[in-house]
Write a protein that binds this ligand. Structure first.
Ligand SMILES: Cc1cc2nc3c(=O)[nH]c(=O)nc-3n(C[C@H](O)[C@H](O)[C@H](O)COP(=O)(O)O)c2cc1C
Length: 244
């Protein structure tokens, strides 16, 4: 009789299905954590308040393609601010919630945004964190980290030649405190929403962008000083001017 080991993926999907009987049972006890991450000691660059240009959403949807060839010309700070706004801009306040351009299960916003800036006018190269309450970038480490990002992304060269690489981490506890282990599903759905917003905004600005899921998680966690459990990198996207 052959020995079948159940795949972790199927076990996760089965174990996190929502069933009527679960609604009447006690939830998994998972302590909550802060809704925002900030780096109070870091020097900050305020993001310009920008007006999104008009664009036909259906035309943008039809044009979008993953593009991996980038020109040397840098992005402007205004373009970067528009991309960040598309992904995580605050568009309304509801009580203590800062509602964003992208939806989030329970309005819990478990995704943090980091940038590896390579070529953006007026922004020295470095690793940055997006500070939601101040709408500013906190400088974590100066320098060009393109080679490190490329290496962590299994040698994918366009991670180095991009003008900027967006790096998204999850703080699972934010969502799991409400939804238990099922919350992990929601975290990845949240990430899909906000990254698609970024990809469509890049297309609307005539920029080139590509989502990246192939990377060594802990290499990027280490680069950003994340512990890989309470906060862990889950997705990347590269952006630059089209190189064709
Ligand atoms: C979750 C996810 C991970 C991806 N990871 C990579 C990647 O590591 N490297 C890459 O070159 N493209 C990556 N892509 C881009 C896909 O290859 C691309 O979306 C697909 O070929 C369809 O092409 P299109 O985006 O131009 O429509 C990824 C896309 C998604 C949605």
């Amino acid at each position: 009789m052959p020995h079948y080991r159940r795949s972790l993926g199927f076990t996760f999907l089965e174990g996190t299905k929502l069933r009527w009987e679960d609604l009447f049972r006690g939830r998994e006890e998972i302590a909550p954590t802060a809704s925002f991450k900030t780096y109070p000691q870091a020097s900050k660059v305020s993001l310009p308040r920008v007006h999104p240009p008009a664009a036909d959403i259906f035309e943008v949807l039809a044009r979008r393609r993953s593009e991996r060839l980038y020109a040397r010309r840098p992005l402007s700070l205004e373009e970067l601010a528009l991309l960040l706004w598309a992904a995580q801009g605050v568009t309304a306040r509801a009580g203590r919630y800062l509602l964003r351009t992208a939806p989030s299960a329970g309005a819990l916003y478990p995704i943090e945004t980091y940038l590896s800036v390579h070529r953006v006018e007026g922004l020295p190269p470095g690793l940055y964190h997006l500070e939601i309450p101040d709408w500013a970038l906190a400088l974590l480490s100066p320098g060009n980290f393109g080679p490190e990002i490329k290496e962590a992304a299994l040698g994918q060269g366009f991670c180095e030649t991009a003008a900027v690489v967006f790096v998204w981490s999850a703080v699972p506890r934010r969502t799991m405190a409400k939804y238990g282990s099922r919350g992990v599903r929601y975290i990845f759905l949240d990430a899909g929403h906000l990254v698609q917003n970024l990809l469509l905004a890049a297309e609307a600005l005539d920029l080139a962008a590509c989502p990246v899921g192939a990377f060594l998680d802990d290499a990027l966690n280490q680069l950003l000083g994340l512990d890989g459990e309470e906060e862990t990198v889950i997705y990347l996207a590269t952006v630059g001017r089209p190189g064709r």
